[in-house]
Design a protein around this ligand. Structure first.
Ligand code: ADP
Ligand code: MG
Length: 140
């Protein structure tokens, strides 16, 4: 299996509860390596652009408001089959449906405040990484 990269965000509900380390530990235990990381306050424009695919969804405005409500940690993760590996350790979007041991089951507050973002395909991972990081900010 090839070593690949994916993009992750530790969301404001997790930074607010001081869970940056707890989330990162889960990622590392799952075999993912943090090869870039930056704590930022996302702008409204950044949030709307990042979640542009969801623009027509009823939760879009609330989601963007949530994402700018506090600091987030944007990360690039590296590992074998990184996109799927990260999705597996994240768990289902709604923590009520997430498997035991996943980040969302253990740590998330709600379907919106669900602690982490993770890319859903290799193609989106590349786009999302480039949205927040220059190549020389990623050190594998
Ligand atoms: P995922 O983050 O699991 O890939 P989606 O891409 O479908 O999920 O949705 C993006 C984000 O939008 C979710 O992580 C969550 O924060 C929010 N979201 C998704 N569905 C809902 C919903 N029904 N109500 C409120 N927020 C939602
Ligand atoms: Mg998604």
């Amino acid at each position: 299996m090839a070593v690949t990269r994916t993009f992750s965000i530790i969301k404001p509900d997790a930074t607010r509860r001081n869970l940056t380390g707890a989330v990162t530990a889960k990622l590392e235990e799952a075999g993912l390596r943090v090869v870039a990381s930056r704590r930022i306050r996302m702008s409204q424009a950044q949030a709307e652009g990042f979640y542009g695919v969801h623009r027509e969804r009823p939760f879009f405005a609330d989601l963007c408001a949530f994402m700018v409500s506090g600091p987030v940690v944007v990360q690039v993760l590296e590992g074998e089959n990184a996109v799927q590996r990260n999705r597996d350790v994240m768990g289902a979007t709604n923590p009520a449906n997430a498997d035991a041991g996943t980040i969302r089951k253990e740590l998330a507050e709600s379907i919106e405040a669900n602690s982490v973002h993770g890319s859903d395909s290799e193609e989106n991972a590349a786009t999302e990484i480039a949205y927040f990081f220059k190549p020389d900010e990623i050190v594998g």
